[in-house]
Design a protein around this ligand. Structure first.
Ligand code: 5GP
Ligand code: MN
Length: 349
């Protein structure tokens, strides 16, 4: 890993242990890797005598609440609930650690204060096209499963851990295992030799993987499975080009009482069809239209997201959004938009 060496680890240690007001932050609508890496960083710093805060734009989905223990509640600030405190902490900090995103706009409401903040900034991320110029120190590797895995390789090399996963602390280790597990879809995608080494070391150090899997995958409401049935029977569309897509409008989301996180994993499922090369899930979210894209090897979800969906991400897992009225007049046009533009994309037009 090109960004991890004794020099960069030393700089990381100097910057973190020399700072007094540390903010940890991650992308909007945080997922398992965003929360997992943020909590792991938090735990590591706490275990080493620091008092960091985690500042995020939106709340986290309920299936991740096992990582946020009650005594952490004063140290986790959500901007949509308390904008003044969130912005104040970012502007008043002397170190900001940015996890699992490649550019400030990915934090949505935190973007303005992150840009304005004078504190030093560290990037720890695994997405393509990082804005390195915005950071004082960057760890950006795309050949890892997750930001959580990248953070593991950094932390394990600090003098506090001395190469021993057991010295990371159980809660830190559990958070890392959680982020890696969700970003790889439970070891289905983006698994590298380093990922399995890390998972093995964390298990040997006592991480309870069964507990983590139970929290992540077995705590949903019945509504989620009912929605999945409706989607697969009635809403899933496929095109002659080998694209599968699902449009979830507000009415459907309300009818099934869908909460953030309830549609996690759905976008991957149509890839199980042999002729499908790319799968797209569209979700109406307030006045926004959010897009998730997954692709098989040989088709770039990242390029498709960048070119047609105002976004980006990884080669085979990306996301973005559609703007109303610039891209589509309303959610009812999303299907046509997808069919037209994926046809152009997949036929090199
Ligand atoms: P998901 O579909 O799980 O929301 O996101 C898949 C991947 O695409 C994640 O790595 C995420 O960071 C990235 N991604 C999602 N939405 C956007 C977006 O609006 N812009 C960019 N640049 N990346 C996104
Ligand atoms: Mn990630």
């Amino acid at each position: 890993m090109k960004d991890i060496n004794s020099g960069s680890i030393r700089t990381f240690e100097d910057m973190t242990f020399g700072a007094s007001d540390i903010v940890i932050t991650t992308h909007m609508k945080p997922d398992g890797d965003a929360i997992g890496s943020s909590v792991a960083m938090y735990r590591f710093l706490k275990d080493n005598g620091k008092s960091p805060k985690i500042v995020i734009n939106d709340s986290y989905p309920p299936y991740l609440s096992f990582l946020i223990t009650p005594e952490m509640s004063d140290d986790l600030i959500i901007r949509t609930e308390d904008p003044q405190e969130a912005d104040g902490l970012i502007l008043g900090s002397d170190l900001i650690i940015c996890l699992d995103f490649n550019a400030f706009h990915r934090t949505d409401g935190l973007e303005a204060s992150l840009k304005e903040a004078n504190g030093r900034k560290i990037l720890i991320d695994h997405h393509l096209n990082p804005s390195r110029e915005a950071f004082d120190l960057s760890f950006s590797e795309t050949e890892v499963s997750s930001a959580s895995e990248l953070l593991y390789h950094i932390l394990i090399n600090t003098s506090a851990a001395g190469g021993d996963a057991a010295r990371l602390g159980r809660k830190c280790a559990e958070a890392i295992m959680t982020g890696m597990t969700t970003d790889t879809n439970n070891f289905a995608n983006s698994v590298y030799p380093s990922t399995l080494h890390m998972a093995s070391d964390l298990l040997a150090a006592g991480v309870d993987r069964e507990m983590i899997l139970n929290c992540i995958y077995n705590q949903y409401g019945e509504n989620r499975l009912r929605l999945l049935g409706h989607i697969m029977k009635d809403l899933l569309k496929t095109t002659p080009d080998g694209v599968a897509y699902i449009v979830l409008d507000k009415e459907t989301l309300n009818r099934y009482n869908v909460a953030e996180g309830d549609t996690e994993g759905f976008v991957n499922m149509p890839l199980s069809i042999a002729r499908i090369r790319m799968s797209i899930l569209i979700k109406e979210d307030g006045d926004r239209v959010r897009v998730s894209i997954r692709s098989k090897r040989g088709t770039s979800a990242n390029m498709c997201a960048r070119r047609f969906f105002n976004g980006g991400g990884h080669e085979n897992a990306a996301g973005g959004r559609l703007y109303i009225p610039d891209d589509i007049k309303g959610i009812e046009e999303a299907g046509d938009y997808i069919e037209r533009n994926t046809h152009i994309f997949l036929n090199n037009e």
